[in-house]
Design a binder for this molecule. Structure first.
Ligand code: ADP
Ligand code: MG
Length: 229
């Protein structure tokens, strides 16, 4: 079964206020983090400080991811080759993947796949999706990223050999704070979906429990997207 993810616009209203709050919380949080680092250096005997530090890091991550989604929609679009973007993302994630016994393979055509995008945002989506693939394989495996061009669309397919997602949970993907991970934020897919929709793209999930998951990201190509921004 395949599930097309769609974001609701409710976030626009509630989101603005929440984003303000998140932004304000971030400042005291970083002051606390700084002093926790000092405490750690001066008092190695205080074991609980490590836990406080980890949880602060998690709070920071949640707030950063939240602030990413609530950014205003003015995008600086540039023409970029998707092949290069994917290569850079893989270089970034290789160390973490290796550490978790995961190999990342890229299948890409020889020609450039130009898209109009905000490069950092597309990178962030790919990082989120590949990380989810890695995290779905606690015993290691292969994440394959396949790139192709079809009918004026660029397609990115990310395959993993992980736990898979039960059918009844497919519709929950992309909802804020939905996570099955002990230290997950449940915001990665929501942020990713928002970014892809801002690029007038689509994100589809198909999954078989016990076999793995395929995420397909479809982005309009340059000639199609012109004039609509
Ligand atoms: P997080 O990774 O912090 O949990 P995400 O929004 O990235 O948040 O993902 C939400 C949930 O969707 C995950 O906790 C997991 O249950 C499920 N999920 C996403 N991608 C995959 C995948 N490739 N394989 C299995 N489950 C996945
Ligand atoms: Mg994630």
């Amino acid at each position: 079964t395949e599930q097309l993810l769609v974001n609701s616009d409710k976030l626009a209203t509630v989101g603005q206020l929440a984003a303000g709050v998140a932004h304000e919380i971030r400042n005291p949080l970083s002051v606390i983090s700084g002093y926790i680092q000092l405490l750690k250096e001066d008092h190695k005997e205080l074991q609980h400080v490590d836990i406080i530090d980890k949880e602060l890091t998690r709070m920071n991550l949640i707030i950063s991811e939240f602030l990413d989604i609530s950014k205003p929609n003015s995008m600086q679009l540039e023409t970029k080759d998707l092949n290069l973007i994917v290569q850079q993302v893989v270089t970034l994630l290789n160390a973490e993947a290796h550490f978790k016994n995961v190999a990342i393979e890229i299948k890409q055509p020889n020609n450039a796949i130009d898209i109009e995008c905000e490069e950092n945002q597309i990178k962030q989506v790919l990082i989120n999706l590949v990380k989810n693939g890695i995290e779905a394989m606690p015993n290691g495996g292969v994440v394959t990223i396949e790139l192709l061009e079809e009918e004026n669309e660029a397609k990115i397919r990310i395959f993993d050999e992980g736990t898979g997602i039960p059918e009844e949970q497919l519709a929950t993907l992309g909802k804020p704070f939905y996570t099955t991970k002990e230290s997950g934020t449940g915001l990665g897919l929501m942020v990713s979906l928002k970014i892809i929709e801002n690029h007038r793209g689509k994100m589809l999930f198909s999954s078989v429990v016990g076999k793995g998951t395929i995420v397909e990201v479809i982005l309009p190509q340059k000639n199609v997207s012109e004039g609509k921004a």
